[in-house]
Write a protein that binds this ligand. Structure first.
Ligand SMILES: C[S@@+](CC[C@H](N)C(=O)[O-])C[C@H]1O[C@@H](n2cnc3c(N)ncnc32)[C@H](O)[C@@H]1O
Length: 238
């Protein structure tokens, strides 16, 4: 439950986009129109708008997160309870971020609340449709190869102080069991230091003959957070 609801650090699009578009998180950024045809799993999607927005655009997304065990009023009240604390933390750490696309902590707060509203409005129906599933890495309730793409945005590596290198490896191996390709963003910990687990997981996954790439992203909100890990199984169709 460590990471739950601490989602104000969502990453956003470029300057010319509307507030709604800005409210889309990193999972959204890690995919493109081409990915709309693909079966996508979002791990640790939390109370963000990725699933709602992608589903509206005709995408095929399933999100898994431990918070989906709760109902809308429970998630809403937890967001309200933690909002001020998260804002205070962000204010305290504001030198860790680049305030260009989003110009202030207050704007970030508004944008993230908008994203959470989009999520909350979609959650009840989405859960009935099987788009939101309560669960937690490193164990995923899906068959081998069920997805084309599995994403982790602001969960793996970000919470490296709370989850061990072994947890990260198991989580990535599990994502690679159910998906042909895995993308993880960012590769930094809370506080902005590079994750100490990255080299270990790359070394171990390389032994398993996965193809591994660190791609530079245009987007950077957390200072230095402009890299995405892309891992493909050698049998990947893409
Ligand atoms: C900082 S939020 C990121 C939300 C969203 N992906 C984003 O980028 O805005 C981290 C999420 O990870 C979830 N989480 C915590 N432990 C997890 C686990 N073991 N497996 C999957 N998700 C987990 C939390 O509940 C939370 O929703």
């Amino acid at each position: 439950m460590i990471a739950q609801f601490h989602c104000l650090r969502g990453c956003l699009y470029g300057k010319s986009l509307s507030c709604n578009e800005k409210s889309r998180g990193n999972s959204y950024r890690a995919v493109n129109n081409y990915d709309l045809d693909r079966q996508i799993l979002g791990c640790g999607d939390g109370p963000a708008s990725f699933n709602a927005e992608m589903s509206q655009r005709g995408g095929h997304i399933i999100s898994i997160d431990p918070i989906y065990v709760f109902n809308v009023p429970q998630i809403k009240s937890r967001i309200a309870e933690t909002y001020e604390e998260v804002m205070a933390q962000t204010r305290k750490n504001q030198n860790e971020f680049i305030w260009e696309t989003i110009t202030s902590v207050e704007e970030l707060g508004r944008i993230r609340m908008l994203a959470m509203d989009t999520f909350l409005n979609d959650f009840y129906v989405g859960k009935q449709q099987g788009r939101y599933i309560a669960g937690a890495l490193p164990s995923l309730p899906f068959n081998n190869g069920r997805f084309d793409l599995a994403l982790s945005s602001h969960f793996l590596f970000l919470y490296s102080a709370h989850f061990s290198a072994e947890f990260h490896l198991q989580a990535l191996q599990e994502m690679l069991r159910v998906a042909h390709e895995v993308r993880v963003f960012p590769l930094l910990m809370l506080g902005g230091a590079p994750s100490p687990h990255l080299d270990f997981v790359i070394e171990e996954l390389t032994k398993d003959a996965f193809s591994i790439e660190i791609k530079r992203t245009h987007y950077e909100f957390q200072k230095g957070g402009n890299e995405m890990l892309v891992i493909k199984s050698t049998s990947s169709k893409f």
